[in-house]
Design a binder for this molecule. Sequence first.
Ligand SMILES: [Zn+2]
Length: 154
Amino acid sequence: MHHATRDPIAPCDQSVRELFRERRLRHTRQRDLVYSTLRSLHTHPTAEELHALVNDRQRGVSLATIYNTLDALARCGLLRRIPSQLGGGACRFDADLSRHVHVVGPEGEIRDVPADLGEPLLASVGKDAIAAIERRMGVKVVGVAVQLVTSAGE
Ligand SMILES: [Zn+2]
């Protein structure tokens, strides 16, 4: 198998077992397998795509297990769920929790924008506009996620 691996970034240097312990998530082989597989990818797979990839490594992991595991990992903050930009499209998953911008393609596929290109964009999001939103809506903004939606034929 040839899956591109991510550059190691904290806290990804830690063993999966240790990460789970920190988050009080019980360590099981299947959870470890699902998380390790997701973390090794740059492709932001859907649950079904991840299911196929996990089964390349170990037969017999059900789609229900994949969904349950993704839920558990999302609840303890080890991945982020990226809602579909397309009506009814499946949501995608990203284990890279560093601040980065996504480019969404016409089929819903997602790529990471390199940090040197994405950071200026994130930094340019208006502080005053965020403060106004917090005031009027009574929310506390703790992060900004940017997705750039692209069309076919560019
Ligand atoms: Zn990403």
